[in-house]
Design a protein around this ligand. Sequence first.
Ligand SMILES: [Zn+2]
Length: 212
Amino acid sequence: MNLVFLGPPGAGKGTQAEVVCKHFDLKHISTGDLLREVVKNKSLMGEKVKEFMDKGLLVPDEIVVQIVSEEIKKNRKGFVLDGFPRNLAQAEFLNNSLSSLNICLDRVLNFVTSPEKIIERLSGRRICPKCQAIYHIKNMPPLKEGICDKCGSSLLQRDDDKEETIRERLKVYTQLSQPLIEYYRKKGILVDVNGDLEVQVLFEVIKGILQS
Ligand SMILES: [Zn+2]
């Protein structure tokens, strides 16, 4: 089974990808993790990717597609692509690359969430600058407000998790993802899922979709 999970940051697709991969014995391919891994490998490709990341630039589509395709080729199980493709160009690249490997996508799950829910999830996040522990003021609060349980440092909110930044990212996401969603809808493999649901409830829904 080969799947793509689409959705804005904070829609819970990473968490579902993990649970789904464990249940169905699939490989979780998260582009963010994959790119960080490639950089660590110090290969020619790693150097190239590092240059873009160091400058704070997005890694170009062709490079990301190449790295993702390599990972798919290496892997004999099915997969869940999480955080990729991000735009129509990447989807078309991916399509060509998969057909040349004789692999097809079975389903694309589109995580639909309300902006308010995403803001609640992300803006409540606090991180420890010293030991990198992650908390959530509502879902996973530290024992003492604003203080890391593990090392006693003062917790911070990342700039990425501030409400204005989240709203801006959501706007960009919506613009880029509309053509992508249409592309997969036309292929008849797109299914919308409600990303506002609790993790376990949503997993049951997804299991139902994948088993049908
Ligand atoms: Zn800490």
